[in-house]
Ligand binder design. Sequence first.
Ligand SMILES: Cc1cc2nc3c(=O)[nH]c(=O)nc-3n(C[C@H](O)[C@H](O)[C@H](O)COP(=O)(O)OP(=O)(O)OC[C@H]3O[C@@H](n4cnc5c(N)ncnc54)[C@H](O)[C@@H]3O)c2cc1C
Length: 369
Amino acid sequence: MTDKSVVVVGGGYGGAKVAKLLDDVADVTLVEPKDAFVHSTGALRAAVDPAWEDRVFFPYDHLLARGRVVHEHAQAVGPHRVQLSATGALDADYLVLATGTAYPFPAKFIESESHLARARLARLRGVLAGADRALLVGAGPVGLELAGELSAAYPDLGITIVDQADDVLTTWDYQPELRASIRAQLEARGVVFELGSPLGYLPPQDVGEPGEFTVHTRAGGEVSGQVWFRCHGNLPVLDYLGPELAAARVGDGGLEVTGALTVVGFDTVFAIGDVTTIRESKRASAALAHAEVAAANIRALIEGREPTATYAPAPEIIVLPLGPDGGGSQLVGDDGERRILGPEQTSELKGADLHTGVLTELFGRPAAS
Ligand SMILES: Cc1cc2nc3c(=O)[nH]c(=O)nc-3n(C[C@H](O)[C@H](O)[C@H](O)COP(=O)(O)OP(=O)(O)OC[C@H]3O[C@@H](n4cnc5c(N)ncnc54)[C@H](O)[C@@H]3O)c2cc1C
């Protein structure tokens, strides 16, 4: 191991992976306020099934053999210095920014302590058990996946999905066959789609909190319920950057990176995962692939070699479960042709285990029970 220091800010999919990959070659510090990694891919299932809570929170204690995890917020981060929220500052020869995106509960959590996140999930299940109707705002992957989980776990719950777009899954180039299949499966479970017009205003209570409401779309559609969820608005978390790095943001959005995944203008600062402006859907699988490229380049720099690894987005894919048994997927074959998979294959690919096996390997242990 060299004495070069690598500070990774954010211990989500990308940050945890890059920290692990460099643990044998550098002095690695991972800065992450949460006491356990949150597997957001499984979070929506945990919102309806308490058994799944144990498969969503992965403690960091077996992630690194030599390096350390500091459970604090990074603040005023510059290219070679990371201020910590409580215990001083860290110097960094190499910096990796991996703070992802913020998404409303229950897809992601703001709580740093997993027992508080679990308490909030338990409270939500109580709210759902007492509700007759739920409103989901947004017919993208998260809204549809949440509708799938809710309709599988609470068959008597009436669910309405509102979106200003005329169809589901319109953000990326998905095949009409996939959209039709997802919609038909949810409609067969009684889910109502109110598409083509945005809501004029939102329900008064916070997401996941109980309370009678009636809201209207701008086109005049009426939706009533007792609980609602915001299923859109994936915002990059970069508010901790100092002025030098903040200037590299594209407007209020993400960080522009080179093919080597360095932040444009900074040869020793890398950005990976959802915080980048790479033109692809924001996916854990992409964050993990970015981590491989950034780690290979940092390793090369540390060892005095030319950094040659580059990242190029792969063709868009999606694996969208609708609860444990439903869903649909769009994959791309070796021949470049797009293939649509139905519920059974989607369940085999993701719906049944929600990719928890991959994380057990990364974190060196199963999720917390
Ligand atoms: C419901 C849902 C289902 C999904 N399903 C899939 C799926 O099936 N397949 C797939 O590929 N993708 C899926 N995704 C997308 C995937 O979760 C994201 O693309 C992924 O989390 C991005 O990883 P990341 O490493 O960039 O950031 P994140 O995983 O978001 O991690 C960022 C980390 O940074 C930390 N952080 C924030 N601020 C600071 C700070 N100031 N200092 C230090 N640390 C900080 C946070 O606490 C967090 O742990 C899903 C997302 C959701 C919401």
